[in-house]
Design a protein around this ligand. Structure first.
Ligand code: C5P
Length: 224
């Protein structure tokens, strides 16, 4: 490829999307949120009354599905078969569904193949759970962004006011839901969530957002 790949992995709520968008702006790269692809397929499964447990029907569904990520300054616009689902895929049912379908090995292989095509020319910040370990093991820069679960849950909770979800969630329910997703990501057989051996681990538990961005920029500059 002509330009570098920056891989950002880590658990839910660590701030990966904010960091990826920032690095993409700073270095003039495109940011690609791979979680949105799992979310889009989970939404299609919900809309077609498919369960999340059986891999085969989900694979057949995936083969008939077009998922497009349009990088923006803040995050991605997500098109599912041409329809903008950017907002809908953040709902709780889709979040849970994405987590459940992402354990299936052949479904992951399909996602990984799509993601390699998206990133093949480089010049991308790709964010997810397995970018540094499975999608681009040869990425020029790998950052594993982590934080304690309580801190991640609390940050998510602080972002809620004003959103439709706000009245429905408590902080403890949010932390519990996040732990469940992390647990599933970390214990699945296929590409479990873990830092690549050559990833730089950035723990944001005791850092402000600005400090995280500054640290990450330093990491990127020292690798490019
Ligand atoms: O990052 P986001 O929360 O949007 O991802 C939704 C779900 O998709 C995660 O809970 C995770 O289980 C799955 N995922 C994955 N591999 C990726 C990105 C997301 O397994 N590269």
């Amino acid at each position: 490829r002509q330009r570098p790949v920056i891989a950002i992995d880590g658990p839910a709520g660590a701030g990966k999307s904010t960091l990826a968008a920032h690095l993409a702006r700073t270095f003039g790269f495109l940011n690609l949120e791979t979680g949105a692809m799992y979310r889009a397929l989970a939404l299609k499964a919900i809309e077609n009354d498919f369960g999340f447990d059986e891999e085969e029907p989900l694979l057949e569904l995936a083969a008939k599905t077009r998922i497009k990520l349009e990088p923006q300054l803040e995050g991605n616009i997500v098109l599912l078969d041409g329809t903008n689902v950017s907002r809908r895929i953040r709902d709780k049912d889709v979040t849970s569904g994405a987590s459940q379908i992402s354990v299936h090995p052949r479904l992951r292989a399909w996602m990984v193949a799509e993601q390699r095509i998206l990133g093949q020319a480089g010049g991308v910040v790709m964010e997810g759970r397995d970018i540094g370990t499975a999608v681009f093991p040869d990425a020029e820069v790998k950052i594993f962004l982590d934080a304690d679960p309580e801190v991640r849950g609390n940050r998510r909770y602080q972002q809620l006011p004003g959103t439709p979800e706000a009245p429905k969630v408590t902080e403890s329910a949010l932390i519990a839901e996040m732990r469940e997703r992390d647990q599933r990501d970390r214990t699945r057989t296929e590409s479990p969530l873990k830092p690549a051996p050559d990833a730089v681990i950035l723990d944001s538990t005791n850092l402000t957002l600005d400090q995280v961005l500054v640290e990450a920029e330093k990491i990127v500059r020292s690798h490019l």
